[in-house]
Every structure is written in C-alpha cells, then in structure tokens.
Ligand binder design. Structure first.
Ligand code: PLP
Length: 377
C-alpha cells in the first residue's frame, strides 16, 4: 500500500501501539481510584498531558483531553458563545472551516446568532484584515483554522490575534489547529489565542483522542460534560488513558528531529507536485504552503473515479471535491474554480514516512488512469 492520505488520518507507529498496549496491560486502573493501580493510570494521563502541553508551549493545566478534534471544536464554540452571552450574538468564521465548526455555527444561527462566513481568495487564503473588518462590537467569537485540511493554506492566526487585541475587541479567538499542530508554527499562548483544538490521529496517534487548549484568562470556561469532575472539572468522563498514552507517544516521536521531519514532508510535497505537473492537464489548486497537504486537479477526470481507481491499485489519496452526489466540497466551491477543474480536485497528503517510491507509484497510477479513461471523456 502507498498511503498518501495523511490529512485524513495517519498510520500508527509501532512505538505508539506499544505505549497503548503497555497502558492497557499494566496501568489500566481508573485514575480517580485512590489505590496505587488507579494512581498509575492517573500518572499516565498527567505525563501525557505534560508531553503534549510542552510541544504546544502551554502550561499543562490549560490542556484538556477530549474524544476528538470535533469535540474540541464544538466545546470551544459553545463555550465561547456562552462566555459572551451578555455581550452579543455575532460570530466571525471562514467559509472553509471543517464541518465541526461550520455545523456548530449553523446550529447557532438557528438559535438566533448571526454568523459572518469569510470567503477565501482564489488561492484559498483569508487575511487577518478581512477578519478585523468583519468584527463588530457585538462579536463574541472569531473561529479561524490554522491549516486548511483541503488546500493546505496556512491562515494568519497570530496576526489575527494581534489585530483583534490592538482593536480592543472582546471577541474570543478559537483556532482549529487539528491540521496545523506539529506541521507549522503553533503557539496559542504566545499568540494570545483563547482556544485551540487538537486531534491525535493526524500525527500518528490513535483515533478517539483530542485536546482543547483553554487560555489562562478563561478561568470560568463552561464545562462540556458535567459528571465526575475529571479534566479539572471541565470535561467529566473516565480518562481514556491508553488513547492519551498513544497521543503523547506520537507527539514525542514527531518532536524527535522535528525540523528534519518537516523538511522531509515539504521535500516530498515539492517532488510530488513537480512529478504530477508533468501529467498532461494537471494543475495545482490553491496556494497551500503547509508541508503536508497538496491539492491538485486533473480537469475532465472526476476525482471520485480517480480515488476509487487508485484505491484498487493500493494507492490512498482523497478527493478534494468530495463526491457528495457529484457536488464539490464547500472548500473547493469557495475557491471559485472552473467546473471541470473543481470536479477533478484530489488531495495528496504526506507524513514523515512518505517515500519517493510512494510518489512514483502515485504518478504511474494516475498516468494509467488517464490513459484508460480518456476514451470516456
Ligand atoms: N478540524 C480539521 C481541520 C480536520 O481536518 C478534522 C479532521 O479531519 C477535524 C477538525 C476533526 O477531527 P477529528 O477527526 O479528530 O474529530
């Protein structure tokens, strides 16, 4: 198999599997239990929190485990609007956020909120100035992702935080950093971001674990799940110790030779783009600069067909224009591409393990697909 769909999820390294197995086998007590076997489990969770917080550059007391990036996004948004409930009912976000953010905003619209969805330019970018121009006195939340999951565009979150601060806005700033953490600079505490969502399975961790950073200024942030008072009283539910151990081990592995890993992903992306651009008709989509995500299109060749044909040849990539009954994804639609280009958008995404052989295999499979399908156009 040639796995080139690392923005969807990543393969789980053996070391992560071993850390999870070790936790399940030997430290599986309930962290709330007071005897040593329970306290062992607590130690695993706290050590994991420390590892991830260190990589994020925040105090470990401000990092709260959740079950996934989606849960972190939903918690951040619901908590932020509750926090600002006496000030206003306006939200600013982008039209290209993950559906966890967009669907939360749509639900809030049905509850009487007004939401401004900022449109990207043709390269997929949103500027900090666009955000600031949309912010009003009654804006309670700005939600802007760090890296777009389909184009790889890196949004100016640090600059947005600075402009909001300089303008004296009281709106909270939430950043969905699910695709950005450990791929591009990410410093919520230093930037002055209030809330940041993370997910374990985008960087070698298991599925089913995420985290939310809540800034020290938000002392009374609204709890997500009432109950036994785990996660410092904000998110009850017995801690998923094995998932936490796996997430932390994955972060630890990504931190080893960090710069080299980023350079390797960027090199693989550059190689892939160069190689695929030799295929007649192939074009680059958007101007994404994240090292691990590349969007391209083969106009006239529907991406759904490409993905399933390549899948049967052992090559895993995604359709940028997800095949929801032939309709483009909301991200591809927002780019305003010609119809045939939009229908052919594919996403190739890289990991530190990606090799030139994976890219050669992708290239050959795309050439075969093109050769076999040209009669059908
Ligand atoms: N946000 C972004 C930008 C994502 O790409 C994803 C997953 O694809 C999510 C949120 C949701 O994360 P999870 O799968 O952990 O719920």
């Amino acid at each position: 198999m040639h796995y080139l769909d690392n923005a969807a999820t990543t393969l789980v390294p053996e070391e992560v599997i071993a850390a999870m197995a070790e936790t399940l086998r030997h430290h599986s007590g309930n962290p709330s239990s007071q005897y040593p076997y329970g306290q062992d489990g607590k130690a695993v969770a706290e050590k994991g929190r420390e590892t991830i917080a260190r990589a994020l550059g925040c105090p470990k007391e401000r990092l709260f485990f959740t079950s996934c990036g989606t849960e972190s996004d939903v918690w951040a948004i619901r908590g932020a609007v509750w926090h600002g409930r006496h000030r206003g009912k306006h939200i600013v976000t982008t039209a290209v956020e993950h559906s966890a953010v967009l669907e939360s905003c749509r639900w809030l619209e049905s509850e009487g909120y007004q939401v401004t969805y900022l449109k990207p330019d043709s390269t997929g970018m949103i500027s900090a100035r666009q955000v600031l121009d949309a912010v009003r006195a009654d804006t309670v939340l700005v939600s802007m992702m760090l890296v777009n999951n389909e184009t790889g565009c890196v949004f100016p979150v640090a600059e947005t935080a600075r402009l909001l601060r300089e303008a004296g806005s009281a709106a909270l700033l939430h950043c969905d950093a699910v695709q950005g953490f450990l791929k591009v600079p990410c410093d919520p505490a230093g930037w002055g971001v209030d809330l940041m969502s993370l997910s374990g399975h985008k960087l070698g961790g298991p599925k089913g674990i995420g985290a939310l950073y809540i800034s020290p200024g938000l002392r009374n942030f609204r709890p997500l799940l009432p109950g036994g008072g785990q996660e410092m009283g904000l998110r009850s539910g017995t801690e998923a110790t094995a998932q936490i151990a796996g997430f932390a081990k994955a972060v630890e592995l990504r931190m080893e030779n960090y710069d080299e890993k980023l350079r390797h992903m960027a090199d693989m992306k550059a190689l892939c783009r160069e190689k695929l651009l030799t295929i007649p008709g192939m074009v680059t989509v958007g101007g994404g600069t994240a090292p691990h995500i590349l969007a391209m299109s083969l106009p006239g060749y529907p991406s759904g067909n490409i993905v399933s044909d390549l899948g049967s040849r052992g090559i895993c990539i995604s359709a940028g224009s997800a095949c929801h009954k032939g309709k483009s994804s909301h991200v591809v639609s927002a780019l305003g591409l010609p119809k045939r280009t939009a229908a052919g958008v594919i996403r190739i995404s890289f990991a530190p393990e990606t090799s030139p052989e994976d890219i050669q295999a992708l290239y050959e499979a795309l050439r075969s697909h093109q050769a076999e399908r040209c009669g059908m156009l």
